[in-house]
Design a protein around this ligand. Structure first.
Ligand SMILES: [Zn+2]
Length: 545
């Protein structure tokens, strides 16, 4: 029984293994099958004897975790510790604790297999499972379910017997596990977790403990790119690892374009990327007609992402998130923006700050932006405010020497490359380069050779072999393959000799053989997993020699 991982989304993954020559997809549920409790006919995998399982090298069974599950702090610590010590290539089975409301969360923590114990226990108590919790049959005036079992009891849920409820519970657990698998496939597992835990304080405490205490465990397993929209619908969204990573890199990796002297702070827009929105088109029009647009650096202030320099607007999650707009900022959001703004201004120095922010943001950043020129009069997009923005930009840009468009374009991509790789690598990639192409599709060109390009869908720099050559000795974002490994469409884990363990899923990766560049591609697993894995696609190759 070998366990193969097909898709990753945070510590959650879709895997596959074979039991009795039958392929089983994970996450999944072992349906308990005994004389008293017959597994449903639609079960993917049944379990008659737990001892059968422990024989497998590829399955790790967490024993006696049900009691621990009640104590969120200890439970999270325990699960993360186990996951860190057993590595990536074992399927983890958590007996008894799983039920529909927590499948998403437990999968997100790294559990692959559950069982039907809770379905049986709940049926015994007369409780029906639903994806967001369980309800006593006597509390159901109507049956909100059309499964074959419930269909027989329309209007009379209280008459359901143990077997009827159990059968219903089986339908619900298998439905929810499919929801979880779909969410992983679409890169939306975290969103599903946040939706499911909403009504359950205990599950929220588990998620908060995980977010606050084990960010690095989550972050290293969270892809750097995604095509799914991040919905900021709960307090937990603010602690999502991809948001924390974005904020951290803006402060610690990213640097503002060197030739810019004026910082222009702007509000976000509902449409993403921002520059495609009506409001930002208006702002850009005023900037471009100022007489010296390249001296102005735009930074967007937004929740839950924080600060987004214009050059990073295509980067996930800034490129694709949605938050309910009320115009009211809560205390946590204010604190987050204030801290980021202070940290950002410590490392990125400007001569002048222009704030075209609405009063609701200015009200809590006044002290930090006390020297800023305020250009918003009423609404940020009103004629009055836009004229005022234009007037001030036109006046202030004159104080500075004209910054060349091409010079600034290079600095913008340098900022993006610093965010993606780091400042040193960024400088190597952009040395003596020009930027060509119509935004957002941009190419890095040097001596007539293309080094890389930015595509809107990915938001990061995709390197060519010439681009990769420039950072091949930097000891970052690299993998080394075995001498005899034939490089074609992918590098599979067995062909990999060594790699940078800081690589994340979705990262650009340099492929070396005997220290010589042989290819470049995108990471399909993180560096830590690549190092340990014995199978699976580690890097999808874009170009090779
Ligand atoms: Zn039902």
């Amino acid at each position: 029984m070998q366990f193969r991982i097909k898709k990753r989304d945070g510590p959650g993954r879709i895997g596959e293994f074979t039991i009795d020559k039958k392929p089983v997809v994970t996450p999944n549920i072992f349906s308990i099958n005994t004389k008293r409790f017959k597994a449903p006919s639609f079960a993917d995998v049944t379990l008659s004897n737990k001892d059968d399982l422990t024989k497998s090298d590829h399955l790790f069974v967490i024993k006696n975790a049900l009691q621990l599950f009640q104590r969120s702090k200890n439970f999270v610590e325990f699960i993360v510790e186990i996951k860190e010590s057993i590595g990536y290539d074992k399927a983890v089975y958590l007996p008894a604790a799983g039920e529909p409301v927590n499948f998403a969360l437990l999968t997100y923590m790294g559990i692959d297999l559950f069982d039907s114990t809770s379905a049986i226990m709940s049926a015994r108590d007369g409780k029906l499972f639903f994806s967001d919790g369980k309800i006593d049959k006597n509390d159901l005036k109507e049956l909100p379910c059309n499964c074959p079992s419930c269909n027989k009891f329309k209007g009379k849920p209280s008459e359901m017997k143990f077997d009827n409820i159990l059968n219903h519970n089986y339908y619900i657990i298998l439905n929810e596990i499919k929801n979880v698998r779909n969410a992983i496939s679409n890169g939306r597992l975290r969103g599903l977790v946040e939706a499911r835990v909403q009504n359950d304080p205990h599950l929220i405490s588990i998620l908060r403990t995980l977010d606050r205490g084990y960010n690095s465990y989550l972050e290293k397993q969270t892809p750097v790119t995604s095509s799914s929209t991040l919905f900021a619908t709960s307090k937990e969204t603010f602690n999502r690892p991809e948001i924390k990573r974005f904020q951290d890199r803006v402060i610690h990796r990213y640097r503002k374009p060197k030739s810019t002297k004026m910082l222009l702070l702007l509000p976000c827009s509902a449409k993403k990327p921002y520059s495609f929105s009506q409001s930002h088109k208006l702002f850009l029009e005023k900037i471009n007609s100022s007489g010296n647009p390249s001296v102005i650096h735009e930074v967007i202030i937004t929740s839950p992402i924080g600060l987004v320099p214009r050059e990073l607007e295509l980067v996930y999650p800034a490129s694709n998130y949605d938050i309910p707009v009320t115009g009211v900022w809560d205390e946590d959001e204010k604190k987050m923006i204030r801290n980021l703004l202070k940290d950002y201004l410590k490392v990125n120095k400007y001569d002048k700050i222009i704030s075209h922010l609405p009063e609701e943001i200015m009200s809590f950043t006044k002290d930090i932006l006390k020297d800023a020129v305020k250009t918003c009069i009423d609404k940020t997009t009103s004629k009055k405010s836009l004229d005022n923005l234009s007037k001030n930009l036109n006046r202030i840009v004159k104080e500075y020497e004209k910054v060349k468009y091409q010079e600034r374009k290079v600095e913008d991509i340098l900022g993006l490359a610093s965010y993606q790789f780091d400042e040193k690598l960024a400088e190597k990639i952009l040395e003596n380069s020009n930027i060509k192409g119509k935004y957002p599709y941009q190419k890095i060109i040097s001596n007539g050779k293309q080094l890389g390009m930015i595509v809107k869908e990915r938001g990061l720099i995709s390197l060519t072999l010439d681009g990769a050559k420039r950072i091949k000795d930097s000891k970052k974002y690299w993998i080394e393959i075995h001498d005899d490994f034939l490089l074609k469409g992918s590098v599979f884990a067995p062909g990999l000799k060594d790699c940078d363990k800081e690589i994340r899923v979705g990262d650009e990766v340099i492929v070396l053989r005997n220290k010589e560049l042989v290819g470049v591609g995108v990471a399909m697993m993180n560096g830590e997993e690549m190092k340990k894995a014995n199978y699976g696609e580690a890097v999808k190759i874009r170009h090779h020699i």
